[in-house]
Design a protein around this ligand. Structure first.
Ligand code: ADP
Length: 319
């Protein structure tokens, strides 16, 4: 293999830059040319393709976001659009593509692979919602951001005897909410995998107040319920001031943690090794701290993320 491409797609995540850098430097070290595709599948279709060298990725390991840009490009679901994208890759002589992104981006990579164009998927999302890996690139950084936000809310909640409802990202995966709840010492966690009953939550809050707690922090994954309405309900029930804080895109930004940088670097270099080894249509994961790869089609169609019961139970034990 002589030429490969790399792109970032979908929601951006801290650590994507470290992954791009690793792909480029690992490939160049093996005599492979690397082309960067700007703005994800959109740029692939519009031929925004540029040859990159070692210097192109200087000073980016510490930066959040993605230097290649990302985009949502629903038209990529159409086969004719993907065919045009493949024609662009062929025109540049690019033989394989490393796609860094979330499950939507994996879907695009899977479809290219099915059309005979080999792709390697790297899990880049703060949501940790990709099958076949214990951790995704960006999750650890987002977790630290959420933990710090909880710490700050705790200070002011304790002083004012206030209840805080903190909405965190994760789409339909409760990992970020659960991990943040444990790390931040939150009293309650609500995740989509388990759902929640309002009466039970209110009873637990009552119990906490009766035991002398000066605050309550409820960590909740997005899309479960309207957090402002939930805060109103809690305030009405307890008579204590209750505020909802939606952390939003703050969770996506910032300098990646050491853990994310290392994960991204390992995965990026591993993707290049797989391509050199003649493997295409794979996605990379981390299992018990070992790098692994799966068939990308199997990953999307059949594999499921196991729910972290231990972490969930821990939030209850430590309440
Ligand atoms: P993420 O990768 O973070 O999950 P999206 O779900 O928005 O983000 O997906 C990113 C991009 O991947 C989409 O804008 C689209 O270009 C492409 N994509 C998503 N789903 C498909 C699909 N079913 N077929 C082809 N391409 C897709």
């Amino acid at each position: 293999i002589k030429k490969i491409g790399v792109l970032t797609s979908g929601g951006d995540a801290p650590g994507m830059n470290a992954a791009i850098r690793a792909v480029i430097r690992a490939a160049l070290a093996k005599g492979i040319e690397v082309y960067g595709i700007h703005d994800g599948y959109l740029g692939l279709h519009r031929d925004r393709i540029e040859k990159l060298d070692r210097r192109s990725v200087s000073d980016i390991i510490n930066r959040g976001g993605t230097m290649l840009g990302s985009a949502r490009f629903p038209a990529f679901k159409e086969e004719s659009v993907r065919r045009e994208a493949i024609a662009n890759l062929n025109k540049h002589g690019i033989e394989a593509l490393v796609v860094i992104g979330g499950d939507g981006s994996y879907m695009g990579a899977k479809k290219l692979t099915e059309m005979g164009y080999p792709c390697i998927g790297l899990p880049g999302t703060i949501d940790n919602d990709i099958a076949g890996t214990d951790f995704t690139i960006g999750f650890d950084t987002a977790l630290n951001v959420v933990m710090e936000a909880i710490d700050r809310l705790r200070d002011t909640s304790t002083s004012h005897k206030r209840i805080s409802v903190v909405e965190v990202m994760g789409r339909h995966c409760g990992d970020l909410a659960m991990a943040a709840a444990v790390a931040g010492g939150a009293e309650f966690v609500i995740v989509p995998e388990k759902g929640f009953k309002k009466e039970e939550l209110l009873a637990q809050i009552d119990e906490g107040i009766a035991s002398g707690k000066r605050h309550a922090i409820i960590t909740i994954c997005e899309h479960v319920t309207d957090v402002n309405a939930l805060a109103n309900l809690i305030e009405l029930h307890t008579g204590l001031e209750t505020r909802a804080t939606i952390l939003g895109h703050i969770q996506r930004g910032g300098s990646p943690t050491a853990r994310d940088r290392i994960l991204a670097s390992r995965m990026g270099a591993y993707a290049v090794d797989l391509l050199i080894d003649g493997q295409g249509g794979r996605c990379v994961g981390l299992l018990k701290n070992e790098l692994i790869h799966h068939d990308i089609i199997d990953c999307i169609e059949n594999m499921k993320r196991p729910f972290n019961e231990e972490l969930f139970n821990l939030t209850k034990t430590l309440f």
